[in-house]
Design a protein around this ligand. Structure first.
Ligand code: GUN
Length: 267
């Protein structure tokens, strides 16, 4: 039974459309809130919702004192500008850390963002909590998305790693990755990183969650990461599994950011 103490953190979750993966993520996030006693306010909107309608929901939650975090699940349908929606969330409730002000602060020396995006924050938490030394190490981040690759590279730099970002136009990604002590793969290509991309003893964080056809399973597909686990686990000293590695950490960081926001709001 939930015990009420009068000050309960609240998270608003906005989902637009019916993408199966997004529906699953949002369900997991709301369930996690329930488990720890965070109130969640879910809004599921149809695919043809206009940008203004989404903006109105964000505004409503920006103005609602019971809401301490606002999450708009990405990607949004094509007719809605991600930039406009992400930029409309007030930075004090931006528990996803996607607002340009929060990412900008992350990129600047001597500045501390109000929130750091959940998946990259979860990657660093995994490294720190398992005793991996980041300072002075060479980290390679594969992928440069706003959600994971770019903030992960910035966070690793803040932890005093030397960081290389590998992306789709990098001439020889395997050669670059083979120099890494720490690899964060966040590119969305099933099993791109093979065993021979890795330096023996490297620490590997696999952010990818890619469905690949597998007719031997009930659903007809299985989930694999951006790293070929079977090969990589022979070479790496530590490696995260898919599923069950980074995914739960993203949710944990979301809950932590929401609690932090509520604490700030209640003073
Ligand atoms: N889509 C993929 N990852 C995320 C995330 O961490 N937050 C949101 N809002 N959308 C996502």
């Amino acid at each position: 039974m939930k015990e009420s103490v009068g000050k309960v953190p609240g998270l608003a979750v906005i989902l637009v459309g019916t993408r199966k993966d997004s529906e699953t993520y949002v369900r997991s996030k709301k369930k996690a809130c329930e488990e720890v006693g965070i109130d969640s306010y879910g809004v599921n909107l149809p695919e043809d919702t206009t940008q203004d309608e989404v903006l109105n929901f964000v505004k409503k939650f920006n103005d609602d004192p019971a809401v301490h975090g606002i999450l708009v699940q990405l990607p949004l349908p094509k007719h809605i500008s991600e930039e406009a929606i992400v930029g409309s969330v007030c930075i004090e409730k931006d528990v996803d850390g996607f607002h340009p002000m929060n990412i900008g602060a992350l990129a600047m020396q001597g500045r501390t963002p109000l929130f750091v995006s959940c998946t990259p924050k979860g990657c660093i938490e995994l490294l720190v909590r398992t005793g991996v030394v980041i300072k002075g190490k060479h980290a390679v981040v594969i992928g440069r998305s706003n959600i994971v690759g770019t903030p992960a590279a910035l966070l690793l730099q803040k932890q005093n790693a030397t960081v290389t970002v590998v992306h789709s136009k990098t001439p020889n990604p395997a050669e670059v990755t083979r120099n890494a002590d720490i690899v964060i793969a966040a590119v969305g290509v099933p099993e791109l990183v093979r065993g021979d991309w890795l330096k023996p003893g490297a620490v590997v964080i696999d952010v990818g969650i890619n469905p690949v056809e597998d007719l031997s399973t009930k659903k007809g597909y299985r989930l694999v990461g951006d790293v070929c686990y079977k090969e990589a686990c022979q070479v790496a000293s530590k490696i995260t599994p898919v599923p069950g590695g980074v995914g739960p950490m993203t949710i944990a960081m979301l809950l932590s950011n929401t609690l932090e926001s509520a604490k700030r709001a209640y003073g």
